[in-house]
Design a protein around this ligand. Structure first.
Ligand code: NIG
Ligand code: FE
Length: 403
């Protein structure tokens, strides 16, 4: 049995309903037994059983938060879209580029052509950048393969990253991300293919959840519904890229399937917010994509608050709309661009992000949760959202041991 005690820490537990903002505990102690948090609280109240015979670590006065959770990434891809960035700066829109055969499909070409080893090497660099800022759980979507073989390749790379690095990787099958060129003009036939692929990929242990891009330049409500029905048949949870470029009512459809999350949501209306509140669906806000597309319409944060919909914050790390590997920068942008409070932003990258992945065992510092936590060189938790371009992460602990 392994027992560690972390003392001389300022704990931001993010525990729901805590009296202090951020669930702050000054001069706190955190006890870990076999990778799980056994006790959290003021050091003065530490139970006697934890006062001797433990491996004690001095946190040196650091602020301690739960490990960060990046709940929406497309981290596995090959190539880049810098040329597309130049075109957009000359006035071409994201949608126009996609319709002209660029956009997602150009990354699909590069990803199909890349070997599994190349894909792994390129993606590992991005994952390590996220880990350097204290991420301990990262979701990775497929969706740049769009054939059974290429989707399997991307999902295997995601699984392999999870096995090689000290991080939990959750995989999401996003076969319905874009129409591959060989199915041009035949979206329903491609959805048949997505529905055929899903059980085969799932049987290889490659799929934890299912996502789709419900949008004018993505897939229709009826097509999205078929994908969700296939997920339900396998008892896989669903999520949705919803209301990013228009209000397509994808949110209501997803909520009807008990979706873990709906993501983007710039065009979300009150009906969609109500549906999410009823279903307990998390709103995943992606300020990187909003910023990079120079969007002007912000997600309805006040409505989400009023209806009690939990808001998560994530990088959306992808080559087209958010080539970003900094979750801390996203905390800053969630505040400056979407007007979240720094406390909401931090809860959005911990507690609510864990819920967006259906992971009840993490995201807060509390007894019984996984001992994933981060020691930061800051005094106040708001500093994590306040500074940008700085990385105050000192030490990351994964399942009780230093990474
Ligand atoms: O989350 N909206 C769809 N998917 C990604 C963008 C993918 C791409 O452009 O490569 C997103 O924004
Ligand atoms: Fe996305």
């Amino acid at each position: 049995m392994s027992r560690q005690l972390w003392t001389h820490a300022r704990l931001a537990t993010l525990a729901p309903g805590a009296a202090a903002p951020y669930g702050l505990v000054d001069d706190g102690a955190l006890a870990v037994e076999d990778g799980t948090i056994a006790w959290v609280g003021p050091r003065a109240e530490l139970p006697p059983a934890w006062r001797r015979g433990v491996d004690e670590h001095d946190a040196g006065g650091a602020l301690v938060t739960p490990g960060l959770v990046d709940c929406h990434t497309h981290l596995v891809w090959a190539g880049d879209r810098a040329r597309e960035f130049e075109l957009r700066l000359q006035g071409a829109s994201y949608e126009a580029i996609a319709q002209a055969g660029g956009g997602i499909v150009s990354t699909v070409r590069a990803t199909r052509a890349a070997s599994e080893a190349e894909l792994l090497a390129q993606s590992r660099r991005r994952l390590r950048a996220l880990l350097a800022e204290g991420a301990t759980t990262v979701e990775i979507k497929s969706g740049y393969g769009l054939s059974e073989a290429a989707e399997a390749k991307c999902l295997r790379v995601a699984r392999r990253l999870g096995a090689e690095e000290r991080v939990t990787v959750r995989t999401t099958f996003l076969g319905a991300h874009a129409l591959p060129p060989e199915f041009a003009g035949r979206p329903d036939a491609y959805i048949d293919e997505v529905v055929r692929m899903l059980p085969l990929l799932h049987a290889q242990g490659l799929v934890d959840a299912v996502d789709a891009f419900c949008e004018r330049i993505g897939f229709s409500l009826a097509q999205t519904q078929r994908v969700f029905e296939a997920a339900r048949a396998l008892r896989l949870p669903v999520k949705l890229h919803a209301e990013q470029l228009s209000d397509s009512a994808g949110t209501q459809l997803a909520a009807g399937f008990g979706a873990l999350s709906c993501d983007h949501l710039e065009w979300l209306g009150e009906d969609g917010v109500r549906a999410m509140a009823r279903a307990g669906t998390v709103a995943v806000l992606l300020p990187g994509a909003y910023y990079f597309l120079r969007d002007t319409r912000v997600p309805p944060v006040d409505l989400l608050r009023r209806h009690g919909v939990p808001m998560a914050v994530s990088t959306d790390c992808n080559p087209g709309t958010s080539p970003c590997t900094s979750l801390l920068l996203m905390l800053n942008m969630a505040c400056t661009l979407f007007r979240l409070t720094p406390e909401e932003a931090l809860a959005g990258a911990t507690r609510h992000a864990a819920r967006a992945l259906g992971l009840a065992d993490r995201g807060v510092l509390a007894a019984g949760r996984r001992a994933d936590f981060v020691l930061w060189d800051v005094a106040e938790p708001a500093q994590l959202a306040y500074a940008f371009g700085a990385n105050p992460c000192r030490t990351t602990i994964v399942e009780g041991t230093i990474r």
